[in-house]
Design a protein. Structure first.
Lengths: 422, 247
């Protein structure tokens, strides 16, 4: 008992002694330490920045697809997602909307009735998605109201349409004009109406800007002969992680005869695109790690070479090799730790800034992105995991590089080392 | 050498003779059904798994390029007119007092919720000219001996189908059934005629069922109440102006 306690105390003392020595060693040659630390620092900074842009891009893609259209969870008629026909509409029960609202994490409950129809004015005719919306929740979820550039927003029981700016231009209409909407309503009934344009909305993505046509839900139901019916109810949650946990409760409230889908089921292409992109990112990150790794290794080798004489003398004076090894190990850990922490600390303000003020791209690249249906921005993610994971990976690379002096020390011959030879 | 030439010539000749035959059969069946100009009254019932709906229509047509269809029922849609002129389709919507031209992108959409597309309206008359016809065999349909004729679209014809099979009765050239196959050889639609009646001196199937084979529970049924052939219709009848006047 006693001996073991003593041994424990002394080993703790010894550990502390090593740490103290390592710390002093570090500051004995400040410049050397700073160079080593800086290589880790920049490595972490770059890895965090790159990973943040990547994750940010994916978060942005998900956020815009989910936030603009599907929601995290959607309730719709059986097979609606596959067939997209008004025949799969479901009756909208206000009590159901209320119950959905009361679920935890549910932020927006957005009913919609959508189809495609001809929009015509004069000789110009376009095929457009026609979406009946409840103005207030739709505005809250998709920010539609903020996109209005002329005219006024939709009112629940008013006749009037919001046209995307490009569509309005193609048809040659503006606020105050009327357009003919012609298509097929519920159960094949002809849907035709003359509807005044109450406002123009602008989207950065041409596919949306040349197409979207919004009506107040009640009016759309009347036009499409589908009173009280909707094609779907989109649920927006406060975060993506609770989707699966909430699913059973949503299913219970929605009842039978309907389909409840998550965005992952509704947008499998998006999920696949992200996975494919992740593969590419991993390769890029690996290249970055290799570059970083060699940088750190080089610094460590230089440092070790510089200290060969010093090592030789201390061993000749009676320093145990393993103690020296432990000290250099601690040095490597400390430098890596300081570099990694410094890198993370320095990256935080930069990435926080860009996560709220994404970089807008210009020129041909921006046009290409718009053609793909993506806003030309470089979004940054401020997910803490980005910082943590990149910090830890680079820290380990530093620590592993720190093993190099151990090999040197094991083979070191004090006499030759003191002469500055290997 | 000369024998081979003779054999080849015979083969080619025999082949073209058979093709000519099939083409002639299809042309006669087509002329019987359509005439140079027709007036018809018919009802169209659209059956879906969840609902069904009947539309009553009057139609005038001048083959091959012009037709005009007027909706008499249901009351809600009364007065709607579809005008086909060459490859273009217009609709007159009395409720908003506007004529709308159907854009090319909508041509494959369903016409009035039926299993017919706008494109079907436009393309119907080309079975003689846009296809190569061959006799594929004989078959019995509704108690009548029929030629089964395979129609393959000509390369330059803008046809969506991979091939068609038509059953045409050997007596009276009655078109009794047409199967529509896509380019992969999958059967897509079956168009079957029955209940043969005499309209304006011609025996013709009056009850037609269009079944989209891939979509169970769906069907469009046409029932002819009246058919008149070689009606006197001027080209000016098929005009935007007349869409608004016709009753």
């Amino acid at each position: 008992m006693r001996t073991s306690k003593h041994a424990a105390a002394s080993s703790r003392g010894l550990n502390f002694f090593f740490i103290q020595l390592a710390w002093r060693n570090l500051w004995r040659n400040k410049r050397r330490t700073l160079i080593a630390g800086a290589s880790v620092f920049f490595a972490v900074f770059l890895a965090v920045a790159m990973s943040s842009v990547q994750t940010g891009q994916h978060e942005y893609m998900i956020r815009s697809a989910v936030g603009f259209y599907t929601g995290h969870i959607q309730i719709h008629g059986l097979h609606y997602w596959e067939k997209r026909s008004l025949d799969q509409t479901i009756p909208l029960d206000p009590a159901m909307l209320d119950s959905l609202h009361f679920l935890p994490h549910v932020v927006h409950v957005v009913p919609r009735l959508e189809t495609a129809a001809l929009i015509s004015h004069g000789n110009a005719t376009r095929v457009s998605p026609v979406i009946g919306i409840a103005p207030a929740p739709e505005d809250a979820m998709t920010g539609l109201g903020k996109r209005i550039i002329r005219g006024s927003p939709l009112l629940q029981w008013h006749s009037g349409a919001l046209l995307a700016e490009g569509l309005a231009r193609l048809l040659g209409v503006d606020v105050g004009d009327s357009v003919v909407v012609y298509g097929q309503g519920y159960q094949g009934v002809t849907a035709a109406a003359m509807i005044p344009v109450s406002g123009i909305v602008q989207f950065p993505v041409p596919d949306l800007n040349n197409a979207m046509f919004y009506l107040p839900l009640g009016h759309a139901q009347e036009l499409l002969s589908a009173p009280g019916r909707v094609t779907g109810v989109a649920l927006m949650l406060d975060n993506d992680d609770d989707v699966d946990r909430l699913l059973p409760a949503v299913r219970r409230i929605a009842g039978s005869g309907v389909e409840v889908m998550t965005w992952r089921q509704m947008l499998p292409e998006l999920l696949q695109a992200i996975q494919a992109d992740n593969g590419g990112t991993i390769i890029m990150l690996l290249i970055l790690y290799v570059v970083i790794g060699f940088g750190i290794c080089g610094t460590v080798m230089m440092m070790t070479a510089e200290r060969t004489r010093e090592f030789g003398i201390t061993i000749a004076l009676g320093m145990k090799r393993w103690r020296l090894m432990a000290i250099t190990m601690f040095e490597a850990l400390m430098v890596s730790m300081m570099g990694a922490c410094g890198g993370i600390l320095a990256a935080i303000p930069v990435i926080l800034y860009f996560s709220y003020h994404p970089i807008w791209l210009g020129g041909d690249y921006a046009k290409a992105m718009l053609a793909y249906g993506v806003e030309p921005i470089v979004p940054f993610s401020n997910d803490p995991m980005v910082f943590l994971i990149q910090g830890i990976i680079v820290f380990f690379m530093g620590a592993v590089s720190g093993l190099y002096p151990l090999f040197v020390l094991r083979r070191l011959e004090p006499v030759r080392a003191m002469r500055g030879e290997r | 050498m000369p024998t081979i030439v003779v054999v080849l010539l015979l083969l080619v000749f025999a082949g073209s003779l058979r093709a000519q035959d099939a083409r002639e059969i299809v042309r006669r069946a087509n002329d019987l059904m359509r005439g140079s100009s027709t007036y018809s009254e018919f009802s169209m019932t659209i059956q879906k798994p969840e609902w069904s709906r009947t539309v009553v229509l009057k139609a005038w047509s001048r083959e091959p390029d012009y037709s005009l269809v007027y909706v008499t029922e249901p009351a809600r849609d009364r007065g709607s007119v579809t005008l086909k002129r060459k490859n273009e389709v217009w609709n007159w919507l009395p409720s908003v007092q506007r004529v709308i031209k159907i854009p090319p992108s909508m041509m494959l959409q369903s016409w009035m919720g039926s299993d017919f597309t706008n494109d079907d309206l436009v393309r119907q008359s080309s079975i003689v000219d846009d296809y190569t016809q061959t006799i594929a065999g004989e078959d019995t349909m509704a108690g009548r001996t029929c030629w089964k004729i395979e129609l393959t679209p000509k390369p330059e014809a803008g046809v969506v189908w991979g091939k068609l099979h038509m059953w045409i009765s050997q007596t009276g050239y009655l078109e009794l059934r047409t199967d529509f196959y896509d380019e992969d050889g999958t059967l897509i639609k079956k168009f079957t005629g029955s209940d043969i009646r005499t309209f304006d001196g011609r025996s013709i199937a009056s009850h037609w069922e269009m079944v989209p084979v891939q979509e169970p529970g769906k069907m469009t049924v046409l029932d002819y109440q009246q058919l008149k052939f070689n009606v006197n219709l001027d080209q000016s009848f098929f005009s935007e102006q007349n869409m608004k006047r016709v009753r």
